[in-house]
Design a protein around this ligand. Structure first.
Ligand code: ES4
Ligand code: ZN
Length: 326
């Protein structure tokens, strides 16, 4: 309990958080009832019971099903507001939130509904808690590069609300190089870029995220470990990895938390951060993630402080804003 208080007390940035992945079963049922949607589960416990995954794809199938209950502006507000309250309790001072525009637009939910709901909650957290934030829409890599390009164009009217673009969903068979042109365009539009790479996929996908997509951070990236030249480059460039320990266990990237490579990556001088990914589905918010790796890998308080400092350093805050927390 003392370690939990210590971790909570450190100023932290959450840099890898899919807002759709914060949908708790209770809210899923509440919104389903509101919109007259029938969920294929008897009750909250049955839905929570379905949160048991064997791979990234088995998770994504349930995650995209959950997304269906998000329909109006207030749904996105409620979802984001509940997450931000929890993040504040956990000592998160800055959030960079992913969302999947294509999963909403394909259902006829307009981008304005999504942006308005999410930003209304973020502005409230800024007023109430002094929390700062950035928004990062992600392209679904299992869909085509053309679909991603159209999505990028649809995002341009909201450019003032967007800091960076990302790449998520099913990794295998969908290399970053598939999206080189889309990300070139995004960078000419002055967006920063990030990409999920080396979650389930090979080190090659991390190389491609760096060289083709010119990312500022690698999301997950834990697959780098088997490639010494890649690890050296990541360390040399101080390229941040947004690692999500509980996610990696729930999706069977590692067999157990004791086998997670986070400590070894830290020892190789990588800029490792700890994040919660899809906390409602993986049963762990950010402090739970820090605590789990601290206990399983016997991290020292200095290690924990480094992880929290790395999160501020790796954030897209301006340098003048970072120094306040460092
Ligand atoms: C995701 Cl854990 C994970 N990996 C890839 N894409 C995602 N979208 C939401 N969660
Ligand atoms: Zn993710």
């Amino acid at each position: 309990l003392e370690n939990r208080g210590f971790i909570r007390s450190l100023p932290k940035a959450e840099l890898h958080l899919h807002i759709e992945g914060t949908l708790e079963p209770e809210m899923a049922f509440q919104l389903a009832r509101k919109h007259g949607i029938q969920l294929p589960y008897r009750d909250v416990d049955a839905l929570r019971g379905a949160y048991s995954f064997s791979s990234l794809q088995s998770f994504l199938d349930i995650y995209y099903q959950g997304v269906q209950v998000l329909q109006d502006e207030d749904d996105f507000y409620q979802l984001t507001h509940a997450y931000l309250q929890r993040a504040h309790t956990d000592g998160v001072v800055h959030v960079e939130i992913f969302f999947d525009p294509q999963s909403h637009m394909e259902r006829g939910v307009s981008l304005s509904v999504v942006f308005d709901g999410i930003t209304r909650a973020l502005e409230g957290a800024e007023r109430e808690y002094g929390m700062t934030y950035r928004l990062i829409p992600c392209f679904l890599r299992h869909l085509s590069a053309e679909a991603a390009m159209q999505t990028l164009e649809a995002l341009l009217p909201y450019r003032d609300y967007i800091c960076a673009v990302g790449l998520d969903s099913s990794e295998d068979g969908h290399p970053p190089s598939k999206f080189t042109q889309v990300f070139n365009r995004a960078r000419t539009e002055n967006f920063l870029t990030v990409a999920h790479a080396g979650e389930e996929g090979p080190p090659l996908y991390i190389w491609e995220a760096l060289d083709n997509l010119k990312v500022s951070r690698i999301d997950h990236g834990v697959g780098c470990e088997v490639d010494d030249a890649l690890c050296e480059r990541l360390a040399q460039e101080r390229m941040p990895l947004t690692v999500c320990p509980a996610s990696n266990i729930k999706l069977a990237i590692f067999k157990s938390m004791e086998e997670h490579n986070l400590k070894r990556l830290l020892q190789r001088d990588l800029c490792v951060t700890v994040n919660s990914d899809d906390p409602a589905y993986f049963g762990a918010y950010i402090v739970d993630n820090y605590l789990a790796v601290q206990q399983a890998l016997d991290l020292s308080r200095e290690d924990i402080i480094s992880l929290a400092r790395n999160s501020i350093e790796a954030s897209f805050l301006a340098e003048a804003e970072k120094v306040f927390w460092l």
